[in-house]
Design a binder for this molecule. Structure first.
Ligand SMILES: Nc1nc2c(ncn2[C@@H]2O[C@H](COP(=O)(O)OP(=O)(O)OP(=O)(O)O)[C@@H](O)[C@H]2O)c(=O)[nH]1
Ligand SMILES: [Mg+2]
Length: 241
């Protein structure tokens, strides 16, 4: 569980500074709501994970796989953000998941206020893990803290291995990087070593798993990681009582 941490909105890549500007003030307002979400998640004993990536990297497919694999072990709910359509929430419900779509109406990221409002419409009693599937892009969602315990970034083998250095804030503010679609590695000029080296140059502490929702590779390790984080949070919440 992340505590006493620097807000994600003010984390800087090496050698850069944040100048005071309107965007910074808006992000501070977002951080205020994010802190309220964090407190509510402690009260409700729920682990909150913000799943981010470029469009089409495999977030919803991973949510589907995760829900199916962890059925009977933990209770998962999902808030899904998209510019239009309820398609992702429908896909998650189709595998038995408890999902609610946030349609942003053109906004390219989710904001803490949206999560705060949507949380009130989702049945959260007994939920152990709440995923937020963010809008698909590596830029805007990076700046908005949603009160998450962990931020998980997918980078698909189909995107090219140069993305961490081109979109550093997302990797800087993530605790976990999932190299997704690894079943396609034999067909693509993608180096897992290079992408891990670049991500760790930006964020030396980032954890990495290589996964495929198609072949199932790495999904046991991903589910084990999730279960450990859920247990860890429950222990920390119990210690606060
Ligand atoms: N080969 C392969 N294809 C995958 C894998 N995971 C997802 N896909 C495919 O990639 C496409 C996009 O997957 P989604 O799960 O919709 O991706 P997403 O990140 O949720 O997309 P947005 O919500 O639009 O950003 C679909 O056609 C999936 O079937 C994988 O591990 N391997
Ligand atoms: Mg999706």
């Amino acid at each position: 569980m992340q505590s006493l941490r620097q807000p994600k909105s003010s984390k800087n890549a090496r050698g850069t500074v944040n100048c005071d500007n309107t965007t910074m003030h808006l992000l501070q307002a977002n951080d205020f709501v994010a802190d309220a979400i964090r407190k509510e998640m402690v009260e409700r004993n729920i682990l909150l994970i913000n799943v981010v990536s470029s469009a089409g990297s495999g977030k919803t497919t991973l949510m589907q796989q995760t829900i199916q694999r962890l059925a009977g072990k933990i209770n998962i709910a999902v808030l899904v953000g998209d510019l239009e359509t309820e398609r992702d929430a429908d896909r998650i419900r189709a595998v038995g998941g408890n999902a609610l779509q946030i349609v942003t109406g053109g906004i390219c990221h989710l904001e803490a206020q949206m999560i705060w409002q949507a949380m009130k419409s989702l049945h959260l009693d007994g939920v152990d893990l709440l995923f937020v599937e963010n809008v698909g892009n590596l830029v805007c969602p990076a700046s908005f803290d949603l009160g998450e315990d962990y931020r998980v970034t997918l980078i698909a083998t189909t995107e090219g291995d140069d993305k961490p250095k081109k979109y550093p804030r997302m990797f800087l503010t993530s605790e976990m990087m999932l190299v997704s679609k690894c079943d396609l590695l034999p067909y693509l000029p993608f180096s897992v070593d290079a992408v891990v080296a670049d991500a760790r140059d930006i964020n030396p502490n980032i954890e990495v798993l290589t996964i495929s929702s198609t072949s199932g590779e790495g999904l046991d390790a991903w589910c084990d990681w999730l279960l450990a984080r859920v247990e860890e949070k429950k222990a920390e919440v119990a210690a606060l009582a």
